[in-house]
Write a protein that binds this ligand. Structure first.
Ligand code: ATP
Length: 363
């Protein structure tokens, strides 16, 4: 079921939680709402759910689920599944009864038979690998297991739309990883439309088909994770989506100078600030005619397939973070205190908060 929002805005007293926005989520998509605290993610999710009403303005707002106009439809009748950060399971009910709950309270006319309820509940419990714990109570489960029950419970009623508000926020990193995989797997298997809120960039990029990046009640960009990372529309999106290094200096005759460091850049004369991702820095033993950026290694931490290297220099206001492959790490014999030269594979530049301008390698 697709979701279409038209002219949705929201004030709480004098606070504008959402500026007027348009948003379409396609049928079967898994979409993440990503932004810093207070950017309006939860408000937007609650408006989709019908837990909050959009502002009434002269231009009418509308919410469609598929062809169905649900703007005036009560939350109860929107056919939504909900998963919250705090599991919100019924503590006095077994896992089985929790998952069956939504089905057992359906009006008699639409309620499935008890055999059908049993079949559906066990199918979902199997999918979240909890069928052996059907008789347990929530207090006898781990946080990750409780959240899997919440997912199964939300899906039991076969909702048109599944909404998740920071669903994995209360769990530790490893369980969170695992649950992301569950959600992705369930989503692909059952093919429902879902929207989840997160302030975790990695979670949004890993899980979503598309990500809606929000700040200050505005949608900054809606794109696939890959496009967001490669082609951010503005500086906010670029900075919010990953680690960023800054290089500020003065450009004259195609050379940016900063203290005793300099690098060739094809830019007009004037003050400039370049932004770089950690993997856009290359480390070498020597400078080159185009690039003289001396740095000292101040910290090293291996992270998976790469090594994160912190670099400091007199000409840098804040240390840089570079990522290098293990092979390069060994070739350069990196260790704390080692002096090297940074070269820029690529850099980014933003005119105020507008479109990005990127350059190929300058060295
Ligand atoms: P977080 O990640 O911290 O949950 P968020 O991006 O989900 O943040 P919202 O909860 O949607 O942000 O809040 C957006 C803005 O609206 C904030 O400035 C918040 O203080 C305000 N706000 C949200 N709900 C209410 C409310 N019920 N009454 C007053 N102000 C509210």
């Amino acid at each position: 079921m697709s979701i279409r929002l038209h002219n949705i805005a929201k004030h709480f007293g004098a606070t504008q939680a959402l500026e007027p926005l348009e948003l379409t989520i396609n049928e079967g998509e898994l979409v993440g709402l990503l932004g810093p605290s207070g950017s309006g993610k939860t408000t937007l999710l609650r408006i989709i759910a019908g837990l909050e009403s959009p502002d009434r303005t002269c231009t009418p707002s509308a919410i469609y689920f598929g062809e169905r106009d649900v703007t005036q439809v009560h939350v109860r009748d929107r056919r939504i599944g909900f998963v919250f950060q705090h599991y919100a399971l019924f503590r006095h009910m077994s896992v089985y009864d929790n998952v069956a709950f939504g089905l057992s309270v359906m009006p008699r006319s639409s309620r499935p038979s008890s055999a059908e309820i049993r079949r559906r509940v066990f199918r979902l419990l199997e999918m979240v690998k909890l069928e052996h714990l059907a008789k347990r109570y929530p207090a006898q489960l781990s946080g990750g297991q409780q959240q899997r029950v919440s997912l199964a419970r939300a899906l039991a009623v076969e909702p048109d739309v599944l909404l998740l508000d920071e669903p994995f926020g209360a769990l530790d990193a490893k369980v969170r990883q695992e649950l992301r995989r569950w959600l992705r797997h369930l989503h692909d298997e059952l093919n429902f439309t879902s929207v989840f809120v997160t302030h975790d960039q990695e979670e949004a990029l890993e899980l979503s088909d598309r990500v809606v990046v929000m700040s200050n009640g505005r949608i900054e960009q809606i794109d696939t994770p890959d496009t967001l990372y490669r082609a951010p529309k503005n500086r906010f999106v670029f900075e919010f989506l990953g680690d960023v290094n800054h290089l500020e200096g003065h450009v004259a005759n195609g050379v940016l100078t900063c203290g005793d460091a300099h690098v060739a850049v094809e830019l007009p004369d004037g003050h400039e600030e370049l932004l770089l991702r950690p993997h856009e820095i290359r480390l070498a033993e020597a400078p080159s005619p185009e690039s003289h950026l001396p740095v000292t290694v101040t910290a090293i931490s291996p992270v998976g397939a790469e090594v994160r290297v912190e670099l400091a220099a007199d000409w840098l206001e804040a240390p840089w973070l570079a990522t290098v492959r293990h092979a390069d790490f060994e070739r350069l014999a990196l260790s704390r205190g080692k002096r090297l030269y940074a070269h820029l594979r690529r850099w980014h530049r933003f005119e105020s908060n507008a479109a990005s301008l990127r350059s190929p390698a300058t060295s």
